[in-house]
Design a protein around this ligand. Sequence first.
Ligand code: URA
Length: 296
Amino acid sequence: MQAVDVLIDYLKAEEARGKSHILLDDESREQLRELYIKARDTVRAPAKPKAAPPATSKPASEPAPQISTAVPASEPETPPARIVVEGESREERLASLRQQAENWAPARAMDSLRDTMVFAIGNPEARLMLVGEAPGYEEERRQEPFVGPAGRKLDDILKAMGLSRETVYISNIVKFRPATPRQTTNNRKPTPEEMAVCLPFVMKEIEIVKPDCIIALGGTAAEGLLKLSGSVTSMREKWHAIDGIPTRVSYHPSYLLQSGSGNEVKRKLWEDMLAVMEKLGMAISEKQRSFFLPKS
Ligand code: URA
């Protein structure tokens, strides 16, 4: 058994005991990082073009080579990656899409994205689809979108709307956690390049699920999905469209977690949700309409 297997067994046992964090000193962290880079490079090393044999490799007895004008045969080119969705039901088609996302060469070739895919969660028949930016530490660990602190906030928002994770479809523009140097539990926003590489999958998810309404959670998701730029404030309070599907931009749930985002911001986000509920023809009670309004 190699040292790395012992380490993996130890970590699994700790996780089974309910631990989600391990304290590491700088040296251990550095050693783990080296191990990770070595493993990653072994898996991802692209096939190198075969080098031409050196001119001196021919036996001396062979006749001198003739000068030839023939073009040397080039390496066959790898065809561009294509998504082909198979299956009858939405569930089958999403499963086919998920499998291709897992092996998506353009994403796998990006060293800035980590290896574990986090695809989507929810109901393939959902009328409402929510799209965030990218998985973070907790999402990668559990391979499910929005299960960390921002996810718990999102659950609260859905509950206030009379919905749940099981009745909607939740996805992210980027399917792999964006990497950072010496990464532990820290997360970062995806870059435009990382979004562009995963966007075809989100567009296919929209095509398969066919929601009646989409919510882009935060400016990054809006930028990737709708090619908008600027502040969320400038994008909200109006309907946009993705493939003809009404789309609302609102604040990312993590914004509500930041200190200082009081009832005013909560009310704005809630007004976006009320607009979505109206669009979906959902019943809205007086109590729901008055959430986060200043007390008179
Ligand atoms: N933030 C996101 O945008 N997506 C997640 O899945 C988690 C946090």
